[in-house]
Structures are given as C-alpha cells and as structure tokens.
Design a protein around this ligand. Structure first.
Ligand SMILES: Nc1ncnc2c1ncn2[C@@H]1O[C@H](COP(=O)(O)OP(=O)(O)OP(=O)(O)O)[C@@H](O)[C@H]1O
Length: 306
C-alpha cells in the first residue's frame, strides 16, 4: 500500500531521513517511534509530499508519488497532526467537510457525512457541529481532527502525534477509541509518536528510528522481546514487557470465575488489570461477567516470549 525504498531527505547536507526503506500493508498501522529529532515527521511528510525527498522511491497504492500532483495525492490521504490543524475561523461541520467540499460532493452527502463522522468519534452532532475550534476542549478538538481526516473515506491516514497535546487520561481514551474505529474501518495508517505506550497500544508493527535511520522494524512483541541492539533495548527499558501488556484486552483473558473487587471497564488492558490487582491487593479482579487471574496475565506474557 505504501512503499519507501532507500529514501533520503537532506537539509543543507544534514540527513533528516537517511536511506529509509519500509512498506506498510493494507489495513495495517505502522507506528514510527523514536526520540525527538530522529526524522519521524519528515518521513511521514515525505509520503504525502508535503516534503520532497532528495533521493529514493516512494509508492502509494502501487503508484510512484511523482506521477501524481502533490495536491491530488494529499486529497486522497487523511492527515492528522498534534493540535489538530483545524481551521480556526471555520465551525466544526465545515472543518470536517473540507475535503468532501473540495471533491465537489453534493451538500446532502456532505451533511450526512459530517453527522456520520461526528457520531464515529463520539461527538453529538447538535451540540458540536456549529462550534468553533476555540470552543472545544483539547480532546474534542483531536476527535474533530480525526473526523476531518476520515471524512472523504481515504484508504490511507497519516497521523503525526495526534494525541500528543492531550492530558494522559483523555489520551488513553482517544487511543482506545481510535483502536475501535480502526477495527471497523481497517485504514492503512502511519502513526508517528515518541510515546512507547501509545506505540504498543496502536501499532501492528513498530518502526524504530534514530538519527534519520530505521534501526528495527517489527511487531511490538518482537521489538520488545528481541531488540536488535542496545539502543532499541534502552528505548523500552526494563518496563518494556509491562508496557506490552497494554496491547491486550483483559476481557480476552478472563474466565467465568466469580470474583470480589471493583470491576474493570470492558475495554481495560492487561496492564490495567495488573494495576488494579496491585492496588486492590488481589490476584484476581472482575471483568465483564467473569474475572481475570494474575496467572493468566503471566501466561499471556510467557506465550509472547516463547
Ligand atoms: N525544514 C527543515 N529545515 C532544516 N532542518 C529540518 C527541517 N525540518 C526538519 N529538520 C531537521 O530534521 C531533523 C528531523 O526532524 P523531524 O521533525 O522529522 O523529527 P521528529 O523525529 O519528528 O522530531 P519530534 O519528535 O521532535 O517532532 C531534525 O534535526 C530537524 O531539525
């Protein structure tokens, strides 16, 4: 779906992106993860030609990006950034309708789509459609940003630290909502972050970058449990395996044994289940109609290691 081959971007001889090669499969979320300044955003922007590469090849949906006009390419690719990039002088509905309007959709179809997108991201149409971006909280604005990126139903979405400016509690909520949306829509997503936990939660595969280069690319399990060098290992630290637990839903590891204690929310992760066990001093906590045991969490981890 997206293919980068030996792609380099130089600024005055400095390689912001250095011989980058990767592919992103249809319906996959590839997370680009790495420290500040390692070239994550540059790599993302090369894909939709917001930044032009110095050398190498980029293909999107089987076409070399050079054969498509930059504007046309960008119209077919959703793009979400930190602080949303919403147009401040436009109300929420017009912000969401930006690309459908450019594409010349008729008004009824646009109105229906705005309603559908607000519903998808969990915002009430009557309450939010006529607000200006300044009248939204950070989390609401990010939801509108996601709605706008998905409005024309692009196959590909590029996301650059989309939840970076949101407080940790709302960030986790947005990440989980986005995960649910992705389970429905199966978009091909390239997602940039420097947040390890976010990468674990959302990535089908993670691409670790350092100083413009790709260091390792693979599933979160592979990267955490079989890091290719000291840099990757230190990036995840001793808590790598613990962070991996945020990928798995507790409900999927529950059994039907009754248990006392405060029930976990339906979409809680194994990490949240473990945290709840520690807080409550129990080796079993309720989730859904049953409960999850500490031993099931340890088994889940051991299975990944083998
Ligand atoms: N337009 C530009 N001109 C010159 N140098 C640039 C330009 N854009 C980016 N760079 C440099 O390229 C490097 C990579 O930048 P980039 O924004 O891709 O990093 P990043 O990994 O996304 O960082 P962060 O996590 O801090 O956003 C940095 O050293 C940056 O200073």
């Amino acid at each position: 779906m997206i293919r980068l081959e030996h792609v380099t971007k130089e600024y005055d001889g400095f390689r912001a992106c250095d011989d980058v090669t990767f592919t992103v499969q249809k319906g996959e979320i590839l997370v680009i993860l790495g420290p500040s300044g390692c070239g994550k955003s540059t790599t993302l922007r090369l894909i939709n030609r917001m930044v032009e590469r110095t050398s190498g090849t980029i293909e999107v949906k089987g076409r070399n990006v050079d054969t498509v006009k930059g504007e046309e390419l960008r119209r077919g690719i959703g793009y979400v950034i930190q602080n949303t990039g919403l147009f401040p002088h436009m109300r929420v509905d017009r912000n969401i309708a930006t690309v459908p309007s450019i594409l010349g959709w008729e008004q009824k179809r646009i109105d229906d789509r705005v309603r559908e997108m607000l519903d998808l991201v969990g915002l009430d149409h009557d309450r939010y459609s006529k607000k200006y971006p300044r009248e939204l909280s950070g989390g609401e604005a990010q939801r509108v940003g996601v709605a706008r990126a998905l409005a024309s139903d692009p196959d590909i979405v590029l996301m650059d630290e989309p939840f970076g400016a949101v407080d940790p509690i709302n960030r986790l909520r947005l990440q989980k909502e986005f995960s649910q949306i992705q389970r429905k829509l199966h978009k091909t997503v390239v997602f940039v972050t420097h947040d390890v936990e976010e990468a674990m939660l959302l990535g089908d595969r993670i691409c670790i970058m350092r100083q413009g280069k790709v260091v390792q690319i693979g599933t979160p399990e592979k990267i955490v449990l079989k890091p290719c060098d000291d840099f990757v290992e230190s990036f995840f630290g001793a808590e790598g395996a613990l962070k991996l637990l945020s990928r798995y839903r507790a409900a999927d590891y529950a059994d039907d044994v009754h248990s006392e204690g405060s029930p976990l929310e339906a979409d809680s992760s194994l990490k949240e289940a473990l945290a709840s066990m520690i807080l409550e001093g129990r080796e079993r906590v309720p989730v859904g109609a049953g409960s999850i045991a500490l031993s099931s969490i340890l088994d889940a981890l051991r299975r990944q290691e083998s």
